[in-house]
Design a protein around this ligand. Structure first.
Ligand code: FES
Length: 155
């Protein structure tokens, strides 16, 4: 169930849309920023706020990999791009390195709930491959040393 704070934020952005259905992505982003992931109940609440069928909200949540739908993630969500440019420049090695470092498999979350590791399609930063997104930030030209620095810097 959405908090009053989140409901208020969503109502605030609805003013920017003539067609409320178009606010779906913004609403999901607000929820995720606040809670880290989006539950079934959250999507139902968004549907009510937008005046659409819940399945329409679920479709948006399921289509875009940037949304953590139904499954909680750790405090920091590591998303390694494994598309063509990144793969050619070592994304597979990067994923294996992070799996070993964090002692989890892709899709998993560390026991202390600090990190979740996912692989994703192209994040539009091909020229600086291999790269990953952690929470809202991009990290590019990755090396093992750089990954150690980045992850050590995240509480
Ligand atoms: S292929 Fe990795 S950012 Fe485009």
């Amino acid at each position: 169930m959405l908090s009053e704070k989140v409901r208020g934020e969503i109502r605030g952005v609805l003013r920017n849309y003539k067609n409320l259905r178009s606010a779906c992505m913004a609403a999901l982003q607000i929820i995720q920023r606040e809670a880290g992931h989006i539950t079934e109940a959250d999507m139902s609440d968004v549907a009510s706020l937008l005046g659409v069928n819940p399945v329409q909200v679920e479709e948006v949540g399921a289509f875009y990999t940037m949304y953590n739908v139904r499954k909680p993630v750790g405090r920091h969500h590591i998303q390694v791009c494994t598309n063509l440019s990144c793969s050619l420049l070592g994304a597979g090695h990067i994923v294996n390195f992070i799996e070993r470092l964090l002692k989890i498999k892709t899709g998993g979350t560390t026991q202390d709930k600090r990190f979740t590791l996912s692989t994703v399609e192209c994040l539009g930063s091909c020229a600086t491959a291999p790269m990953m997104q952690v929470d809202e930030d991009y990290y590019e030209n990755l090396t093992e040393e750089r990954i150690n620095e980045i992850l050590d810097g995240l509480k």
